[in-house]
Design a protein around this ligand. Sequence first.
Ligand code: 13P
Ligand code: SF4
Length: 329
Amino acid sequence: MSAETTIPAGADLLEEIERLRKERNAVILAHYYQKPELQDLADFVGDSLELSRKAAETDAEVIAFCGVKFMADTAKILSPEKIVVLPDLDAGCSLEDSCPPEKFKAFREAHPDHIALTYINCSTEVKALSDIIVTSSSAETILQQIPKDQPIIFGPDRHLGGYLSRKFNREMLLWPGVCIVHEAFSETELLKLKAQHPDAPIAAHPECPPTILDHADHVGSTSSILNFAKSFPGDTLIVATEPHIIHQMEKALPDKTFIGAPGADGNCNCNICPYMALNTMEKLYACLRDLEPRIEIEEGLRLKAKASLDRMLEMAGSTVGKGDLGNRS
Ligand code: 13P
Ligand code: SF4
């Protein structure tokens, strides 16, 4: 869902975006899974935690969020006085879709002694039903602060939950959601690729299934994978996350080789996030021009969701990823 995206005859799209950014006093935030041209014009590029922090602290009047809806919702929850626009309102997330609020509520009610530790990839309603939000870069620090005898529900990503559970030897009740992008990687094809590049380490996002994570030399958030790319001693890295992140790696390390992990046919585009891909330069231009599609959240719901996000921001401490390759700030 997006507005008419045509720019005036003879106008230059980049110049128009630049003009509107200034006129609107707007900050453009982009996730690492966005198209390279959107990453390159953003004021700040980051992982989910870094982007949440930027959204909370910016003094811009408008936040144009090049990411998916739960990220723009988070920006609005943390900065209600700002106008938050998303280039395409249909940019959702399979994890959010997997966790309808009424089912999550019933699940919580069935386990009243459990707290809900919830991945940020969920709706505002599910955030409001949760105790603490985590991102992939803050989850480990936060989990370690929860008393060992406190039972936990973790949702909606069963792979991130399973990874944390194995790493910290901690049982958690897992919601059965998955990211369709990370689920698409193939263990068989990954092993074939590894056989061709035996010295190349594998860096994987914890949204991958255990069949992929078992082969990884490094597991972490997008910013943590970027840090690993900057520090590993070799010259080739296999990257098991959404492949648009490779843009930042190639910019920072032009002499190294980064290979996206394959899907089931060995060479598919199935691990490009179809939701992130909905955002385009033209739609960014249109949303800055029209200040639509705009994120609106009812105040009572916002305050409930903010409580669980604030807990994350407090408990995450300085766990901000060092993958800040932001362009301007
Ligand atoms: P991070 O950037 O926080 O690692 O999250 C990845 C993701 O799936 C965003 O949708
Ligand atoms: Fe959701 Fe996966 Fe896309 Fe991230 S990559 S927005 S988790 S579908």
